[in-house]
Design a protein. Structure first.
Length: 185
């Protein structure tokens, strides 16, 4: 019975503290989170779905992928506690997706027929737009259509532009180690 009371008290304290913490954040920054509409949420979800489609197919030589990012947006890997090299700008983003001015390079995941699947997508409004987190699964590693692997998650910042929602930043928190992945090829 004591455990239920303790749990109940902790739950009530957490629920009551959340609005106070948000109010304190508003006081500290002077900015309220943007009001997102149902359409905003759907458009952000579609942005993430297009990311998977475009990186899997190297559509338009990687430029469809690159165009998902804001003009100053970037993609970067995060592994072993370190932020890796940022791909920023349309050409760099097209190249990181397996494409670029010389066409599709046949990046390893494309050659293997890998499909990216994003699950448990959480979107939260911010004063500048929205932020999100989504888990990534990959199907088809090593050419095995039945092999599914969890490959970390993305931490995203979204911004609404005249052309629609775009990635301001997309950071891939990888869970694999490069040597193990290289040994699989």
């Amino acid at each position: 019975m004591v455990n239920r009371r303790t749990f109940g008290a902790a739950l009530v304290a957490t629920v009551l503290a959340a609005p106070a913490a948000r109010a304190q954040d508003v006081k500290a920054t002077g900015a309220r989170p943007m009001e997102l509409t149902a359409l905003d949420y759907i458009q952000i979800q579609q942005l993430v779905a297009k990311y998977a489609e475009y990186i899997d197919t190297c559509s338009n030589n990687g430029y469809d992928y690159a165009d998902l990012f804001a003009e100053d947006g970037f993609f970067a890997p995060f592994q072993n506690g370190q932020l890796g090299r940022k791909a920023q700008g349309r050409e760099a983003l097209a190249r990181v997706s397996g494409g670029g001015p010389d066409g599709c390079t046949g990046a390893g995941w494309i050659r293997q027929g890998v499909h990216h699947i994003y699950v448990n997508h959480i979107i939260d409004p911010t004063p500048e737009g929205a932020q999100g987190r989504v888990n990534m699964l990959m199907i088809g590693l090593g050419g095995d259509k039945n092999r599914i692997e969890y490959d970390g998650y993305y931490e995203d910042t979204y911004v609404k532009t005249p052309a629609g929602w775009k990635f301001k930043s997309r950071i891939h928190h990888a869970t694999y180690t490069a040597p193990a992945r290289a040994a699989e090829k």
